[in-house]
Design a protein around this ligand. Sequence first.
Ligand code: SF4
Length: 271
Amino acid sequence: MKSIKELFRIGNGPSSSHTIGPKNACLKFIERYSDVTNIVVTLYGSLALTGEGHSTDKIVKSVLKDYKVDVKFDKKTETEHPNTLDIVGYKNKVEYKMRFYSVGGGAIEIAGEDNDLPEVYPLSKLRYIIKYCENNNICDKVMIQTINRKAIRNNRGGDSKNRHQVYQPKAPCILPFTQFIVRPDGKVSLCCNDPLGEYTMADLNEVTIKEAWNSELYKAIRDKLKVTRQNITKCATCDNYSTTNQNGNMIFTREQIRDSWEAYHKGINIL
Ligand code: SF4
């Protein structure tokens, strides 16, 4: 098994293969060719088709902010991997090119190179890990969550390109009652589906956590969300199933949502 750092890659959402992968590709490129002045990044396949909705271009530009950068979405050219990007750097009319594949979970591979990473742990399969936990009596400390291959993925806060084609529940949403998502700059996002900060509920550089949790904007949005998600722009196109499944049936009952709301007002789950 690879190192923990490799398995749990940390970075921007909303989709690691559209954000962390391209970010790592850009970092790898400038690690190798830091002297270039102009850079052209071309996105292919899924990165081109849904990259805009997943903020791939924003991530690329933020990593390469010290260079003159052009990001292109090539929706026509077929490549050998669905998440391919080419990065070409220029210096004194010399061209330096690398092709990357964003292979999932933020991992990247470089075309034509040996991409094998060292195996740090001897356990190579999930069943060995489960056995290890049982043998060492640590099952109650370890949570292993697997996702059905056919599970319907949501469109993550309405960020994906096809957001108008997917099912959009009208149900309330419980996430801003139960989550507190802080971005690296100290600003608080609406929920985990707002990782790039379309909404800033509060700024922890200026207020305490308690003040942030009780900010006027948080309150106003929670007020709306306890009834329906349809009155908030981002939420109206979000098919996150935190309260409903893909058939529109509630996972949390209305009573649970109401209890969460009341607990919030009574300050039970406030720090
Ligand atoms: S509806 Fe979606 S975007 Fe809105 S708070 Fe809930 S999970 Fe976040």
